[in-house]
Design a protein around this ligand. Sequence first.
Ligand SMILES: Cc1ncc(COP(=O)(O)O)c(C=O)c1O
Length: 391
Amino acid sequence: MDIKKLYKQYVLNTYTRVGPVFIKGKGSFLWDDKGNKFLDLFPGWGVDILGHSHSKIAKILSLQSKELVHVPNNLYQPYQALLAKRIINEAFKGKVFFANSGAEAVEGALKLARAYGSQNKRTEIICMENSFHGRTLGALSCTAQKKYQFAFRPLLKPIKVAKFGDFESFKKKVSKKTVAVILEPIQGEGGVNTAPKDYFLNLRKFCTANDILLIFDEVQTGMARTGKMFCFQNYGVEPDVFALSKGLGAGFPVSSFVVKEKFSKVLGPGMHASTFGGSPLATRVALEVFKVIKQEKILDNVNRQGAILKEKLYEFKDKFGIIKEVRGLGLMWALELTIDAKPVFQEALKNKLIINFTHNTVLRIMPALNIDRSTLLKGLSILEKALKEFV
Ligand SMILES: Cc1ncc(COP(=O)(O)O)c(C=O)c1O
């Protein structure tokens, strides 16, 4: 059976697909239908934080699928409550809403902001240049990139766009109508753009003083990716609301937004819902993900392997003139090139290494958080070889 032909004939053509047909994964490796083995330094675009087919996740999926897959949200089940408690214990005092995807979590956070603003006629939301929050119309409206928005105007209004990392730019956009600001603590799709701690401290102070909701999109940065359970913990700043997805289910679709106690009554019964959100299966898997993060000392590993990855990437920068900048934190890194990144990505893929490229000139590396040193170094040696082809 020609799978690629079936895609062409039957699957809506909204993705640029590359490479072979993958049929199996284990840890940081993928196998195609011809038995070729690939090293994956970008598993699931940040989703598969425990690598592919982690045995404990597979086991709990199997177990819970035989007990109870889904009940509607007007009934009680144990795992949603237990998972909410777990997330709150890791974050701050507050409450959690469960959904299924990153965009859906962001959408809920935006709705909460609008409901909060409706109390005193504030509707304006500020987002950041180069942001990425998802493809639903609300999340897309806060994704300030022409290439994603152009075909879908008019979008949600009023939304203003500030420069990420530039506090003065944010302040200039604030008006009496501003109810919330949404940003990724590290912009992922935008090219792994970081901002200094001061920026976040200033945002926090200003938002508190002016009753503006500070919303963090931790869809990509959450769940130990940056060396802390949530990225905001690197900056000593707590948002009022944050969205969580990708790594939360380590490959199983589940997401949430987390709300500080002070704002936890803004959404009441009937104001927001999700049929599949927080099912027994999804929430039990996510609980297991937290357990594995603790049992397997994933945070330590992120910090250890992250330091190796950082050092190697800076070594590459010293060696290869085509690398302009190295950016990142934990196990979330990028190389900004002086040349097109796509051919480097393709060369790596030819040598059975999966990485990612974005914004034309940026190579992205986000390994599984349980990757071991030798696998990481093996992947980096393939990347080094690929880079060498272009100097
Ligand atoms: C920061 C961020 N927010 C939201 C999303 C959207 O998530 P989803 O594709 O699950 O809707 C993504 C996806 O890459 C993301 O990186």
